[in-house]
Write a protein that binds this ligand. Structure first.
Ligand code: ATP
Ligand code: MG
Ligand code: MG
Ligand code: MG
Length: 562
């Protein structure tokens, strides 16, 4: 590509509203431009990097047995109503109406669409397992869009969904996806860790986030260098809120739980999202304590739970009671004795959720995913509210350290949460209808781009890793008006292109200083400068990463840079 023909609007100044390195450089090097808050255009260089990441994702998805599809971003409200998330997703879901006043959402995620698609097409166990994925724009009206592509309101995600007739089959694909994710982030050159994520009642060991270690990460992970143990401490803010609440006992007790807005009110008081609030709140009803195990976007039906809690006139446990229960449930460190430490509280919870919310009729409940033994173990693993740096790791191996992470990927065993709610069944070997067992697997493709940008730079600009660099070589004739330089540059441009190098040639009539500064900013792995020695056929090669330079005759160039 000749630079005179493309659009690379570099900037000398650091843009005022960009406060992290990746955002600053993506703007300065002319990779992206902001359109609205959290909404960006990808310019030619940004688009090329995006395509390279997508290519890696596609190759690894293919290797994991997933086939690519493309689903609509415009989604009818009915589907979201079927799953219940129309009511529970909250303001992050962008909603709109068509000219007939029918309601729609812009896809924040695609569980509903894919579940309805597969429900209509797959009828028999013989067609399972099935894994499908897409790479597509997602819309989320984030409360605080920030850090450029890292938290956008419109962003690009790869989302895969798998459908199974047995938990073993789900385990198998989950493992493959896990491996594919590790490969993808490794190929992008990222320094990352897979961590156990918090998943409420769905089974915490069955969900992992892929975290790029970075100081600007919004998540905190607890890990031990001596073991494989690593987990997201997402619940930490909730703990802080509890502490605050303890200091202000009066107010906590005053929170109303009987009206429609109770959970939101509690959440607002605790200053956490309602979805995060539910899981760890401890309720008291009929003199029993209930630790509600529901939380989050992908969770069991929060609406039913809310309605139930309201109907049952439950009351919040007092701060003292909460504290006592919290201590007894997750207070001990080291390998947690599930029977001793957690059983009392969680047994109540499980029993309560199943009997209470689901009623006597077991046919008709959405809580089959609550599995006491598994969830207790999970709770012990993921509930890190009391873990501090320097504590022993829960598996006894090594000491806990904290690090900041950027969530670039998330794999999740959904179970039958969507298939049951939306009636996606298949006929088993005995001709009986069974809900499909599902998994979902997301990668923030545009966020991954920003995470790489965040990791690969120096004071002069980007230093792209070879796998995802927008171009391989930056070819710079110092002076295009010099006929010999222009001729040699054009010759090399075509020869290198024929040898499958992707070459960006700076054929602009700019001063050398400008060209070199732009070249450092853009950060292609290798720069080839065609200058005064063009008459002898000699060019200068410089490696961006190390700054190492050497001169070489054009005839030996290919050999030297291959
Ligand atoms: P976060 O905790 O950062 O809000 P999430 O848990 O809500 O992310 P998921 O629903 O797990 O996100 O979506 C899958 C992936 O999509 C995430 O792992 C992340 O890489 C990416 N992603 C989510 N939200 C955004 C966003 N606002 N901008 C860019 N990428 C995003
Ligand atoms: Mg989110
Ligand atoms: Mg998250
Ligand atoms: Mg996530």
């Amino acid at each position: 590509m000749k630079q005179s023909m493309t659009l690379i609007p570099t900037l000398r100044e650091v843009p005022a509203d960009a406060d992290v390195k990746s955002h600053q450089l993506l703007l300065r090097a002319g990779f992206i431009r902001q359109n609205a808050s959290g909404v960006y255009s990808f310019l030619p260089l940004g688009k090329k990097v995006l395509q390279n990441i997508e290519q890696i994702v596609r190759e690894e998805m293919m290797a994991a047995g997933a086939m690519e599809i493309l689903m609509p971003a415009l989604q009818q409200a009915e589907l979201w109503q079927e799953s219940g998330r129309w009511y529970s997703y909250g303001p992050e879901l962008m909603r709109l109406k068509d000219r007939h006043s029918r309601e729609f959402a812009l896809g924040a995620t695609h569980e509903e669409v894919i579940t309805s698609l597969v429900r209509d097409e797959i009828k028999s166990y013989k067609k399972l397992p099935l894994t499908l994925y897409q790479i597509q724009t997602k819309f989320r009206d984030e409360k605080r869009p920030r850090f450029g592509l890292l938290r956008g309101r419109e962003f690009i995600m790869k989302d895969a969904y798998s459908f199974h007739s047995s938990p073993e089959s789900l385990d198998e694909i989950y493992k493959k996806m896990f491996q594919a994710y590790s490969n993808i982030f490794e190929r992008c050159g990222l320094n990352f860790r897979a961590v156990i994520a918090d998943s409420g009642a769905m089974g915490g060991k069955d969900t992992h986030e892929f975290m790029v270690l970075s100081e600007i990460g919004e998540d905190t992970i607890a890990y031990s260098n001596e073991s494989d143990y690593a987990a997201n401490i997402e619940m930490a803010p909730v703990l802080a809120a509890y502490e605050k609440a303890n200091e202000q006992q009066e107010e906590l007790v005053k929170v109303e739980t009987k009206d429609q807005k109770s959970i939101e009110q509690v959440a607002a008081f605790l200053n956490v999202p309602a979805s995060k609030c539910i899981k760890t709140l401890i309720f008291k009803a009929d003199d029993q304590f209930v630790l509600v195990l529901s939380r989050g976007d992908h969770e069991i039906n929060d609406i039913k739970l809310k309605n139930y809690l309201e109907a049952a006139s439950v009351e919040l446990a007092s701060p003292e009671e909460t504290k006592a229960l919290m201590n007894c449930s997750v207070g001990s460190l080291g390998p947690i004795d599930v029977d001793k430490d957690l059983k009392i509280v969680a047994d109540h919870a499980v029993e309560y959720v199943i009997n209470g919310v689901c009623g006597a009729n077991d046919e008709d409940h959405h809580y089959t995913n609550v599995n006491p033994s598994r969830d207790l173990e999970v709770a012990a693993y993921t509930d890190l509210r009391f873990i501090q740096e320097g504590d022993p790791s829960p598996d006894g191996k090594g000491i806990i350290q904290f690090a900041k992470g950027i969530e670039v990927g998330h794999v999740f065993k959904l179970g039958t949460r969507y298939s049951e709610a939306m009636n996606a069944t298949y006929l088993d070997e005995n001709g009986r209808a069974q809900p499909m067992i599902m998994g979902c697997y997301g990668i923030g493709v545009s966020r991954t781009l920003a995470a790489v940008a965040e990791q690969f730079n120096d004071e002069k600009g980007f230093v792209w890793p070879a796998n995802i660099t927008p171009f391989d070589l930056h070819l710079i004739p110092v002076n295009m008006k010099d006929e010999q330089q222009a001729a040699l540059a054009n010759e090399l441009y075509s020869v290198l292109g024929q040898h499958r190098f992707e070459v960006l040639m700076d054929d602009r009539q700019e001063r050398p200083g400008v060209k070199f500064a732009d070249s450092d900013l853009i950060g292609l792995p290798i720069r080839i400068t065609v200058g005064k020695k063009a008459s002898e056929g000699i060019v200068e090669v410089k490696e961006r990463k190390t700054g190492n330079m050497f001169e070489v005759h054009k005839d030996e160039l290919l050999e030297k840079i291959s």
